[in-house]
Write a protein of this length. Structure first.
Length: 137
């Protein structure tokens, strides 16, 4: 049986951007949300702690500060699947007006040739906040 390629080492600061392709709240469709997160990796276990840094709407961009920098906490595993490493994460994102809401992300690490410039991984993200979902880079 051939050995698996080395797992990506993800323990560092990351900048993540999600794009809301669909949402039950029409104003969220097309919204891009930016996060700054720190990943901690122990073997195949991953913990993500960070905060929302800003949002990009059709009519402009906002940079969050103070309470608007809501926290995000995710945890999960890194597994070899379909000839690539895949991180499957679940957790919660804070809200300025409500209780934290669940977030699910699946990030794929297919290798440099299949990724946009400056991206280390790409995948999908969804949350119960207005049933928003879409890609993440």
């Amino acid at each position: 049986m051939p050995s698996l390629p080395a797992a990506p080492q993800l323990q560092e600061k990351w900048y993540v951007e999600t794009y809301h392709e669909s949402s039950t709240y029409k104003a969220y469709e097309g919204l891009r949300v930016r996060y700054e997160v720190e990943l901690e990796q122990v073997g195949s276990l991953i913990t993500v702690v960070g905060e929302k840094m800003g949002e990009v709407y059709r009519n402009g961009e906002t940079e969050n500060s103070g309470k608007a920098r809501t926290p995000i906490f995710l945890s999960g595993t890194l597994q070899w699947e379909d000839d690539m490493w895949i991180a499957t994460l679940e957790g919660k994102e804070g809200s300025t007006t409500r209780s934290p809401f669940p977030v699910v992300a699946k990030i794929k690490f297919p290798g440099d040739s299949d990724l946009p410039e400056n991206a280390l991984g790409m995948g999908e993200c969804s949350s119960t906040a207005a049933s928003a979902s879409g890609p993440a880079i």
